[in-house]
Design a protein around this ligand. Structure first.
Ligand SMILES: [Zn+2]
Length: 432
């Protein structure tokens, strides 16, 4: 039997991931954050939906699948189920009733009715396929999805992160060193598969070892606090905020947490099995001070010698809009960006020009501005290490800006690799 894999989004691009298997099983249904946002090529009518992880580019359009008569079950891990619904509520709040939000409140309510949660390595059935989740090490609840139709096995990697080999990472082994993310342990499972559909976000990037990034970040923040300054740490709500809370706790850096990251932290507290070290996570939560008040409280906080971890990660909204104008004039203060800044966002502008449009006003910033790469994706070496287990499989490359070039490099290295385009249907037969 042949397995048909149809690319409705996320092919040769990052965002709106959506893959339809055998016309029945939908893997992910995301949204591409842009102005205006983009959605998968079409809204299919699948028998079942399986979701890799709770980021907008993988779950952002899910409620739309319930706007017609179909009620496909949606399979995901418990944290992914919660994150998807948190993100959908946020999209409704920001864009509800406009073209930028393709679903309604009732659609979102139906998600709860069809939701079916599964842990890692607990096989289940969906649309006539056997599905198994494996920890992907990207964010809490993130999964590699193994799809077995009886003849052919497809491994959809989703987004993943892999721990570096500590011996070769240059880390010196003292207690504060880490080989990967503090929040989640990296991927280790390599289930047999005939086809691997692999993300390639950083296929041409070698990340600085995590321990080194962390040491530089900690030293910089501590220096500013000793000099009497305040550090604003813009961070994505899902994953990055909690990772930075763990870093602050490990180094005893006083920190406040504000924005959507506080809700996500509160939710993740209920799923200790999905973080690397539940005890460290509990300590990080009690170490941090959560901002619950309004702008009055925020204006008092900016006089404290502390790190303020806040959304949004690219300065496009959230309480960062209050903190940045308050601290920007004093060169003793610092803003540390902690993730990739998309072109055209205020965060990117700030890094490149030293000023940014905050809440509709262009503001020059005298505070110091720095960038740290706390990526939750495997880099080039990590992807190659992962794929080394799949030399005999067909490899399909997606979720990247240079999928085709990377597939060609893999072919040069002896892989059977290609990079499908949007709308393509790839038919694969098991090699046996
Ligand atoms: Zn992701």
């Amino acid at each position: 039997m042949v397995m048909d894999i149809r690319f409705l989004g996320g092919a040769r691009e990052v965002g709106r991931s959506a893959i339809l298997v055998n016309d029945a099983l939908l893997l992910d249904f995301g949204m591409l954050t842009a102005n205006p946002p983009q959605f998968p090529l079409e809204t299919p009518d699948p028998e079942a939906v399986v979701v890799s992880h709770g980021h907008l580019d993988h779950v952002g359009t899910i409620p739309t699948l319930l706007s017609g008569d179909g009620r496909p079950p949606i399979h995901w891990t418990p944290p992914t189920a919660e994150l998807a619904q948190t993100l959908a509520r946020d999209t409704l709040k920001l864009h509800g009733g406009s073209y930028n939000c393709p679903f309604t409140e009732p659609d979102l309510k139906r998600v709860t009715q069809v939701s079916e949660t599964h842990g890692y390595r607990e096989p289940f059935e969906a649309a006539g396929h056997e599905i198994t989740f494996y920890n992907a090490g990207h964010i809490p609840g993130s999964a590699h999805v193994l799809v077995d139709d009886g003849d052919t096995r497809l491994l959809y990697t989703g987004d993943f992160h892999i721990d570096a080999d500590v011996d070769s990472s240059g880390s010196n082994g003292h207690a504060s060193s880490v080989a990967g993310q503090r929040l989640v342990s990296g991927t280790t499972a390599r289930p047999d598969a005939d086809i691997v559909l692999c993300e390639s976000t950083y296929s041409d990037v070698d990340h600085e070892p995590r321990a080194t990034v962390e040491e530089r970040f900690v030293e910089s923040v501590e220096t500013t606090l000793w000099d009497g300054g305040t550090v604003v740490v813009p961070a994505f709500a899902i994953g990055r905020t909690q990772e930075l809370m763990l870093v602050c706790a490990a180094h005893d850096i006083p920190c406040y947490v504000d924005g959507m990251g506080t809700q996500v932290t509160e939710m993740l507290r209920q799923y200790p099995d999905y973080v690397r070290d539940a005890e460290a996570f509990r300590r990080a939560i009690s170490h941090a001070r959560f901002v619950t008040g309004r702008d009055g409280q925020r204006k008092r906080i900016v006089d404290q010698k502390a790190a303020i971890i806040t959304t949004s990660g690219m300065l496009s909204g959230g309480p960062a809009m209050t903190y940045i104008p308050e601290i920007r004039r004093n060169p003793a203060n610092k803003i540390t960006m902690t993730g990739y800044q998309v072109e055209g966002t205020p965060g990117r502008d700030l890094l490149e020009t030293g000023s940014a449009e905050i809440d509709g006003r262009v503001m020059p910033v005298s505070a110091q501005v720095e960038q740290y790469d706390f990526s939750a994706h495997a880099d080039r070496d990590g992807i190659l290490e992962f794929l080394a287990s799949y030399r005999d499989s067909s490899v399909l490359i997606n979720h990247g800006d240079r999928c085709e070039a990377f597939a060609e490099e893999l072919r040069g290295d002896g892989f059977d690799a290609s990079a499908p385009e949007l709308g393509d249907v790839v038919s694969v037969e098991a090699s046996t």
